[in-house]
Ligand binder design. Sequence first.
Ligand SMILES: C[S@@+](CC[C@H](N)C(=O)[O-])C[C@H]1O[C@@H](n2cnc3c(N)ncnc32)[C@H](O)[C@@H]1O
Length: 358
Amino acid sequence: MNSPTILLREEIRKSGPISFARFMELALYAPGCGYYERHPIIGRGGDFFTSVSVGMVFGELLAFQFAQWFARMETPPEKFQIVEAGAHDGQLALDILSWWQRQRPQLEIEYCLVEPSPARRAAQEEKLRHKFSNVRWVEGFEQLGGVCGVIFSNELLDAMPVHVLRWGATGRRWLERLVDFQCGEFVWQITEPSPGLVEFLPEVAEEMAAVLPDEFSVEVSPATVRWWTSAAKNLERGKLLALDYGWESSSGLRPERAEGTLRAYERHRVSSDVLSKPGSRDITAHVDFSVVRRAGERRGLKTDFFARQSVFLTEIFRETCVPGSGLEDWSTARVRQFQTLTHPEHLGHRFHALLQSR
Ligand SMILES: C[S@@+](CC[C@H](N)C(=O)[O-])C[C@H]1O[C@@H](n2cnc3c(N)ncnc32)[C@H](O)[C@@H]1O
């Protein structure tokens, strides 16, 4: 049986050391055996939590917000589309659609999941197909055409493959870390960045170049930029939203980030050793929102909002505080969910929302 380790070893044996982006791609998504192909549980019984695993309040707040955007469109489209990518087991779609069915049945929508993996699509279909008739699946944006409505993702961009760069203080330039296989284990190698990466190298001003410590690490993700650009291109009219944890490279390279943000997660334990046990652990890196934002603006989108998830959700919450909003029930359990989503010690601080529109 295949495993990411076998596939990676074979690829390195044939063509030499590979980029970390390729390592991450196979570790997480190798058909039939990558980490996300094996239906990992998200939440208490799995390796990590997301806002979705906190409970249905997250999905309901998003559903309410989408309905507000829909209702406020000056010329509403015939069919408002909600497009979700990175839907994993379909739980967030279930939370959003269930709220919509109960609270806004008069607003007709089409819910579309962008899902390249047949295995995950099957899991999502099982959860959604028999409950809702307005759901459809596509493998990629090219099958979708122009979208009028919302394209969104939660914790998708942090799961996209990244290249790892290290600062070489002697030559005052970025170098790329590759992955090799030696003496029975995956090991790092350092080399010149591949030509395709040149446009993604973070700019370092002269004064900074003089003091930036040797081996200062950053991750860059051409895959994320390509994905966002493609989403932006397909947005005919409406909003493009990402909720994820990340930082802004435009705010500068900070000492606390010297080790980079690449991490592996297993049973809620975090490790910076990302090369061991490929396929059995999640691997993530912070999203560089400056780069993502620029990619959308280059495609003609306007940036409406960028702030912490706590601010984004609190603004939605404020709007729900009117009779008839469909979100008036704030039992103790639901308030607790909201606090987990917004409290700085839980998900409120590290997570951000980027919202662009056309
Ligand atoms: C961290 S999980 C997030 C799951 C879910 N959105 C949540 O918040 O609980 C990331 C998901 O994105 C999926 N994914 C990765 N690349 C994708 C792509 N290009 N298109 C669609 N989904 C993708 C992964 O398979 C995985 O299920």
